[in-house]
Design a protein around this ligand. Structure first.
Ligand SMILES: NC(=O)c1ccc[n+]([C@@H]2O[C@H](COP(=O)([O-])OP(=O)(O)OC[C@H]3O[C@@H](n4cnc5c(N)ncnc54)[C@H](O)[C@@H]3O)[C@@H](O)[C@H]2O)c1
Length: 424
């Protein structure tokens, strides 16, 4: 197959490389010259275990080539961003512009697969309408399908091959054709349904996780007032064979869990999507819970130097999108603190980043906002000669509190002490 993959980000690049490695001729397309340049030079724009070497090998083999514009192909796969707008409604502009770019080269008999996470009805609506505008019958002239990705950054190269997939075409023929294509590298089962159901399944999976984390975060808000440590509660409760409560933290970030529930809320309306709306509200409140806790302890953060460790939305990845750390950074600065941030994984950051030493130097308090393994290995000795104040606030429960307390530090862990939420 000649396959054109539109959008070479976290999802598109490994997908393009996997298809190229497994018998297809693939053209990877991205509008960003910087993305294309860094793939050509380093194999990938972002850190992802095993990806760089894999991409470089497929580029060397000539099976994967790169371009800024699509070319005629048998299959077009769209892996484009689908963020939310400021008003928390879905932003489908990237999908629209990606579709517009392939319409110029699309021909009868081609297949178009949407991988981007989208509101239910997008393949049957927006995508079908756009091909119709070019004179194609979306049910007969082309095969249109939705095939979402489930991988987790940090483990993409394994999961992209091993996880089960859901795929849905506008017709049974389109579903089967999508399944045949991905079968060249997907070892998990491929479950076929219709396009709109597949779109909803993808949103439901991430919404389930958002609700579960919201439950953990709600417990983290409740427990301290009862004099209870939430981490102990969750650990013991999870020993029940049918209980699996996720981990509390300073909020939920990333391009998926913090975004996808809004697609359902927007489609269904907040009257129907009550639980989803409440979960979003709880998770979005957590940066304020964290900042309030620190303020309570310090009296005020005004004029204080706060060392913020972690800008990525989760541990051991370099992705700062929708990260609660950014909200914490903004809230602390708004309260007059001088915030210095460090993240060993994030390469492109919306806030200035510093070395660990610069970040800790003269700080009055440290706040760990991301569960990078490097932060769990941090010891009081690493900070000793640098800091001004010995206050450690671990919002991820990654440090060994006993070791820090023994060295004379005041240690706060999110969800284990007195916590009062102050309005912004
Ligand atoms: N990142 C994840 O872990 C993950 C997991 C599952 C699903 N998804 C979904 O996959 C989709 C893609 O996410 P991502 O994380 O790969 O995004 P990304 O931002 O990493 O990559 C998107 C790429 O598309 C390019 N692009 C934008 N408009 C373009 C256009 N018109 N033509 C060609 N290229 C264009 C951008 O330059 C960028 O390189 C999203 O809908 C996301 O929700 C992501």
């Amino acid at each position: 197959m000649k396959v054109c993959v539109i959008g070479l980000g976290y999802i598109g690049l490994p997908t393009a490389a996997m298809l190229a490695k497994n018998g297809n001729t693939v053209l990877g397309v991205d509008v960003s010259p910087a993305v294309l340049e860094s793939i050509r030079k380093n194999g990938a724009p972002a850190e992802e275990p095993g990806l760089r070497e894999f991409v470089m090998a497929t580029l060397d083999s000539g099976k994967l080539t790169l371009s800024g514009t699509p070319e005629p192909s048998d299959v077009f796969i769209l892996c484009l961003p689908t963020p939310i707008k400021k008003d928390r409604t879905p932003d489908l502009d990237y999908v629209e512009s990606g579709m517009a770019s392939i319409l110029t080269v699309l021909k009868r008999g081609d297949m178009v697969i949407l991988e981007s996470t989208v509101p239910p009805g997008t393949t049957a609506g927006l995508v079908a309408d756009m091909v119709r505008s070019k004179g194609f019958d979306p049910m007969k002239d082309l095969d249109l399908a939705f095939a979402p990705e489930r991988v987790i950054p940090g483990n993409i190269m394994r999961e992209i091959q091993e996880l089960d997939r859901v795929m849905g075409g506008l017709t049974p023929r389109a579903s089967e054709r999508a399944k045949n294509l991905y079968s060249c590298f997907v070892k998990g089962q491929i479950h076929l349904t219709d396009a709109t159901t597949a779109e909803f399944v993808k949103l439901v999976e991430n919404s389930y996780r958002d609700i579960n984390i919201a439950f953990a975060n709600e417990l983290a808000r409740i427990s301290p007032g009862l004099g209870i440590n939430v981490w102990e509660v969750i650990e013991i409760a999870n020993r029940h064979p049918r209980v699996n409560i996720h981990t509390p933290g300073p909020g939920v970030g990333g391009h998926c869990i913090a975004v996808d529930p809004y697609f359902i809320i927007d489609s269904a309306g907040p009257e129907l999507a009550k639980l989803l709306s409440a979960a979003r509200e709880v998770n979005s409140s957590m940066p304020l819970v964290a900042v309030s806790r620190l303020e309570d302890e310090m009296g005020t953060v005004k004029g204080k130097k706060i060392a913020l460790l972690g800008i990525a939305y989760k541990g051991n990845v370099g992705d700062p999108r929708e990260s609660p750390s950014l909200e914490i950074f903004r809230m602390l600065e708004k309260r007059g603190a001088k915030v210095t941030a460090h993240d060993p994984f994030v390469k492109i950051s919306p806030v200035p980043l510093h070395t660990l030493e610069e970040t800790l130097r003269d700080s009055d308090a440290i706040i760990i906002a991301t569960n990078h393994s490097a932060f769990s290995k941090l010891t009081p000795a690493d900070a000793k000669k640098l800091v001004r104040g010995k206050l450690m606030f671990d919002t991820r429960n990654v440090i060994d509190p006993a070791a820090w307390k023994k060295a004379g530090w005041t240690v706060l862990i999110l969800g284990d002490g007195k916590s009062r939420v102050k309005p912004e």
